[in-house]
Design a protein around this ligand. Structure first.
Ligand code: UFG
Length: 346
């Protein structure tokens, strides 16, 4: 019999790609999502790719009773992947309580419900934001790099979430956990059936860049060219979203099949390659043949100068590696934008 996984936040950007990979690896998926930052049509995209429509419950995971009821009505869940969270850094500064309430209540509810339903493991979406700006000797960052004070309430919720999981496991919880620290996920499924759907004016680089390339935005602002980096713009580790999704399947297998004695493990998910904003714009133009009008503006408050991953632990221990090239990943983001235009969405 197929094993069933709860994908909390499964209609979102990373959640939808992970649902596809889980289904293709032979898992059944139950999605719970309140659709606050996603769209029900994502289920159609998932079904077009895999031929399978995941079970779906529209529900706010802050509602513990509702979540319990959903799990009773959709029995047999063996593990959970928790994506559901608010994730806009700027908004979190303006509305910190929304972030603390959403991101912390949801995790506590899930952790409390897991033993009731005999779930064996949780994969948690964390972020490289927990490292802040690593000291130069700690670049590329390993999982042992110091955790720096968070620079936004969003970042703080990720740190607190990790601590909540650590304390719960330490107290003898009857399940395992794997925390995945994502670097910068970008791109879309190669079929262009699912991808990132930002609300309003995009805050993140790739959605803004592709919207500029297609003419929705006039020009991309590059936030700063006076950083201490080779071309002066910030450096990040951009990881293909399908590669990232696959790591969740490996992590879930690892817990359900008891491949490790550790009850809690942490992995960086990145490519190991740092790319500057200007390099990224150039690579996009070369890969797609489409120009991206851009100008240099001042630095964005709170930006980290440079951070990229040392992914060796994930490579060696999980046996997972980022495979896609940056060129193909950027092409997938562009194809997704073209598909949105075709459908009259954006
Ligand atoms: N950038 C621009 N112009 C833009 C947008 C971004 O130059 O219009 C630059 C930024 O200055 C940064 C890089 O592009 O150097 C990437 O910026 P993003 O906003 O795409 O992503 P961040 O690296 O700032 O990451 C943040 C959080 C992560 C979170 C991620 C996605 O730190 O924890 O956003 O929400 F996962």
């Amino acid at each position: 019999m197929k094993k069933k996984i709860l994908v909390a936040g499964g209609t979102g950007y990373i959640g939808s790609h992970t649902t596809v990979e889980l289904q293709q690896a032979g898992y059944d998926v139950l999605i719970i999502d309140d659709l606050s930052n996603s769209n029900i049509e994502v289920l159609d995209g998932i079904e077009r790719i895999t031929g399978i429509r995941p079970e779906f419950v529209q529900l706010d995971l802050k509602d513990k009773e509702g979540t319990r009821k959903a799990l009773q009505e959709h029995p047999g869940v063996e593990g959970v992947i928790l994506f559901a969270a608010s994730k806009a850094v700027g908004e979190s500064v303006q509305q910190p309580l929304k972030y603390y309430r959403n991101n912390i209540t949801t995790l506590i509810n899930i952790l409390e419900l897991m033993p009731e339903f005999n779930m064996k493991g949780i994969v948690f979406s964390s972020s490289c934001t927990v490292y802040g700006q690593p000291d130069p000797e700690n670049l590329p960052v390993t999982e042992n790099a110091p955790i720096k004070p968070a620079t936004s309430p969003y970042g703080n919720t990720k740190q607190i979430n990790e601590e909540i999981i650590r304390d719960t496991i330490h107290a003898g919880a009857p399940f395992k956990s794997i925390i995945l620290r994502y670097f910068n996920p970008i791109g879309a499924h190669p079929t262009a059936e699912i991808g990132e759907l930002p609300n309003g004016v995009p805050q993140n680089l790739i959605p803004y860049l592709v919207q500029t390339a297609i003419g929705i935005r006039k020009e991309l602002s590059v936030f700063g060219d006076d950083y201490n980096t080779p071309d002066g713009s910030c450096i990040r580790d951009y990881i293909n979203v399908v590669d990232l999704a696959k790591a969740h399947v490996v992590a879930m297998n690892r817990m359900l099949e008891n491949k490790s004695d550790d009850k809690m493990e942490i992995f960086n998910l990145g490519t190991g390659r740092g790319v500057s904003v200007l390099e990224l714009v150039n690579t996009f133009e070369k890969a797609t043949g489409v120009k991206v009008p851009h100008k240099i503006v001042g630095r964005r408050e709170g930006d980290i100068e440079q951070v990229w991953a040392n992914p060796e632990k994930a490579n060696n221990v999980l046996g997972w590696k980022a495979e896609e090239s940056l060129e193909d990943t950027l092409k997938s983001a562009w194809n997704w934008q073209l598909k949105l235009r075709e459908r009259g969405i954006q």
